[in-house]
Design a protein around this ligand. Sequence first.
Ligand code: NAD
Length: 519
Amino acid sequence: MPDPTAVTRTAAAPTAAAAHVPADLPDAIRHYIDGASVDSIDGGTFDVLDPVSNEVYLRAAAGRAADVDRAVAAGRRAFADGPWARMLPRERSRVLHRIADLVESRDARLAELESFDSGLPITQALGQARRAAENFRFFADLIVAQADDAFKVPGRQVNYVNRKPIGVAGLITPWNTPFMLESWKLAPALATGNSVVLKPAEFTPLSASLWAGIFEEAGLPVGVFNLVHGLGEEAGDALVRHPDVPLISFTGESRTGQLIFANAAPYLKGLSMELGGKSPAIVFADADLEAAVDATIFGVFSLNGERCTAGSRILVQRDVYDDFVERYAAQAKRVRVGLPHDPATEVGALVHPEHFAKVMSYVELGRQEGRLVAGGGRPPGFDHGNFVAPTVFADVPPDARIFQEEIFGPVVAITPFDTDADAIALANATRYGLAAYVWTNDLTRAHNVAHALEAGMVWLNSNNVRDLRTPFGGVKASGLGHEGGTRSIDFYTDQQAVHITLGPTPNPTFGKAHDGQGR
Ligand code: NAD
């Protein structure tokens, strides 16, 4: 089924010599509000570039407060008068499973568009499309198995939780894995009976425009899903400040999260914040070094290094430090940088020239702050486009900016340590606390180190392999509130406590002690 928000470009001229341009690429996309594809009320648009040519290939409708207002009103109407919030969980679950089926059946097209728009390698974009389907399946299953608490006070009271959807949820998402991260919010928000307004990242709006067609086909009632494209400071901000949006689920940079907190404060909204990271991977001398090298290479260079949970600081015990650095640098040099659509590509193009410039500025800084052992700029043969060679700095001191600041690209800092205590202190020595990875064959050390780490999620002898039932989120500057499994259900619902008296009404009696005449 054609994407209802897209205007098809018929003669899509390739913009870079070897670059792949998907067939039927739209050259304009619009908002989707109340079941219709619409332009901005003021007609505004913004330009979208593809990261290989850095040429404008798409104009997206630029939403502002009036467009957000329209979308919120549609969501409110659907919530108040439509069937979605009142359906049985099984009925909503069926729709969600159909959404997952449709995403799966379109995974190749989704991946093609996502890869073109974001620069992610096609194989990894395909994995993300499948994960998006899985997010819908997971929450479709969870809501039919959902049980709520009931408490008995023997002979006196039964008290139970009446779980209710909240209203219109505002979902604000970043550009690094756009479609998948949108699904991570859309699936639980919709599963629990809310309406939504999604504001996707402005660098990568293309794949988001596919949701409307998928939801229509799956039978989601009109007005439940609304999409407003636009800039963060305009469309995103209008959503954050909208009085009829009681929930904001945000994923993005820590400093944007701080701003959103402040801007939402007067409205006392529910906020879920998944923010930035500078996650450590700690490699002890007793670890399986080959597995640790493989995992830490993947951990920071997959998804172009544009990964919130990237293990971008590798802490290595001094006994194996030189050996590790040598093996790591040699393997990093072999990581294959290529055009995003090439199935052999392991690192594609960074999302946008602005982000490319930011990452390159850290590469330059790293030359002063550490010892360059791999990469260090554009890979040979890639004079244009946002390509950065996998870059490795060794001997990076903990006060270096490349140790402290999130780079969000294929750049890693390696630092030696001596004792367990040193490793823990170094790991915790940043403002972030999203993920951590520990490599050791000592069971006791593994758990003790994990418990001492200031990180929302820890993987022991493993890469970032998610179990969707576990909490997802960070501590410190990496976020507030955890989603994942039942925690997402909790965020998107209100748990009303209902109390029933079983025995005689246990009233303290006021106003009966005196008859008004002193008796
Ligand atoms: P960003 O903060 O620049 O933008 C994220 C979204 O917020 C975009 O849709 C943007 O338009 C919007 N936005 C920007 N300013 C806004 C404002 N004032 N009010 C409302 N909305 C606003 O982040 P990004 O550059 O798109 O994404 C990269 C960041 O996301 C990195 O820091 C990364 O670590 C983080 N991230 C975190 C997780 C996680 O789960 N913790 C996952 C992926 C990415």
